[in-house]
Design a protein around this ligand. Sequence first.
Ligand code: NAP
Length: 195
Amino acid sequence: MGRRLGVMGGTFDPIHYGHLVTAEEALAQFELEGVLFVPTGLPWMKEHEVVSPAEDRYLMTVIATASNPLFRVSRIEVEREGPTYTVETLRALKAEEDADLYFITGADAILEIVQWKDRSDLFDLAHFIAATRPGYDMAGFEVPGEMSDAVTEMNIPALAISSTDIRDRVKAGRPIRYLVPEGVKSYIEKAGLYR
Ligand code: NAP
């Protein structure tokens, strides 16, 4: 069996325990040697939303993953100019890392990725792991026929935690302890994010 590397894509605004549990579960289920977290640069579909600076999201991801020797964080999308396309990231990582890639992210995002840029190349570049929250409506998760072998769904109870809820809580002055790692909570407070 060759090397198998997880690639965990996300905006991570902020990263939370649901993301960490997702990565750990993929590591075990797919016998990965490690998971590379890739915070997005400028998510092209979010041009009209307020997203925290890439550097803040990158640093929170480093803090959250620091205690796990099998987790690493990449600056590849943070440093790339222009909108973030997963296909470009996977091409670059495939050339850099001599490994089979397993791209892990939320199910809705997986559907978008396979419906957009250079879809046919995606099959050759990676296997896709679609994480779903409890109560996720599977009717919405319809993978095109030729992709059905290339996508695995993984239900993650800990994804009851969401970045949107955490941002809303900070704004309302409600607690986020135990939803994010302590260091991430401190970073949010120090940087004054989501107020
Ligand atoms: P999003 O639309 O903000 O999130 C969609 C859903 O997935 C949310 O419920 C989100 O929950 C969850 N999610 C996001 N990342 C996750 C992860 N790593 N593990 C588990 N759940 C996750 O999605 P996004 O963060 O912008 O994009 C996710 C990834 O897909 C990024 O790497 C992005 O670049 C890529 N993407 C690429 C394309 C393309 O190339 N055409 C299109 C869409 C997305 P939380 O808010 O709690 O995280």
